[in-house]
Design a protein around this ligand. Structure first.
Ligand SMILES: *[C@@H]1O[C@H](CO)[C@@H](O)[C@H](O)[C@H]1NC(C)=O
Ligand SMILES: *[C@@H]1O[C@H](CO)[C@@H](O)[C@H](O)[C@H]1NC(C)=O
Length: 246
């Protein structure tokens, strides 16, 4: 689907917005990227944004607010706190999350007090939807992919953390990413939101201390290698899906 059409459709499906920063310092690749080059250049060494490698317009059409509420409104979803180490999990009906908790991030709230729907998906219930998702094409030998699906409000996000390698694709909305290599631990407080870090810490960073960063739009897929630090910020109410390789 053309980008301008997505830009028109996204606000109809899910609302809200935080201003965008046009800088993108993550490498990009398109459908010409081969599996061999992906393994050699990116898989073990640096993030990359894949553009035009899969078409998830059918999956996207199932992920509008109305479609998801009709299919899953009464189902329980498990929410996590949006801090580096999520201590608390809360189960609520999906409709209650969408109608009452899915709001723009309060800039003064802590991540440890913000509930976020990402991962902990019940694959029995959500499996039929996830079967419609076309995963990113490249695998690291010896790994398989596990999905984590989420929806979150504008200004929300997860502060810096790391784990194994994987992909994250935006289905609706825009998501800004900040990344540091494993040997460059960023300055952050684990309970501070990404929004607060962006407002207070990011402007003080000398150019050499800045993270790699980019804003992803629907259809764009970020690959992050093993143990890379990353923080996310949803600029709009966003729908997204990660494929963790383990
Ligand atoms: C997942 O959903 C199924 C079907 O509704 C339910 O029986 C099961 O208890 C759920 N699993 C968890 C871990 O909540
Ligand atoms: C973060 O918040 C949690 C939950 O409120 C708390 O238990 C923990 O001590 C806090 N961590 C830090 C480093 O302040």
């Amino acid at each position: 689907m053309a980008r301008w059409l997505l830009a028109l459709l996204a606000p109809l499906a899910w609302a809200g917005a935080v201003p965008e920063e046009p800088r993108c310092t993550v490498e990009g690749a398109d459908a010409a990227l081969s599996a061999e080059l992906f393994l050699r250049r990116f898989a073990f060494s640096r993030p990359v944004i894949l553009r035009g490698v899969t078409d998830n317009s059918a999956f996207r059409a199932l992920c509008t607010r109305d479609k998801l509420l009709a299919a899953y409104g009464q189902r329980l979803v498990r929410l996590s706190t949006a801090n580096t180490y999520s201590y608390r999990k809360v189960d609520v009906p999906f409709q209650e999350y969408v109608e009452q908790l899915l709001k723009p991030q309060d800039p003064t709230a802590l991540g440890s007090d913000t509930l976020y729907f990402f991962g902990d998906n019940n694959f029995t219930e959500w499996g039929p939807l996830f079967q419609q998702y076309v995963p990113p094409p490249f695998r690291i030998p010896g790994t398989s992919g596990a999905y984590s699906f989420g929806i979150a409000g504008s200004g929300s996000g997860v502060p810096f953390h790391w784990h194994g390698p994987g992909y994250s694709e935006v289905i609706f909305g825009r998501k800004r990413w900040f990344l540091y290599p494993p040997d460059k631990t960023p300055h952050f407080h684990p309970n501070e939101t990404t929004l607060a870090w962006l407002q207070h810490t990011y402007p003080t960073l000398p150019p050499a201390e800045r993270p790699l960063e980019c804003t992803l739009r629907p259809g764009e897929i970020l690959y992050f290698p093993d143990r890379w630090w990353h923080a996310t910020l949803n600029l709009d109410t966003s729908v997204f899906i990660s494929t963790f390789l383990g």
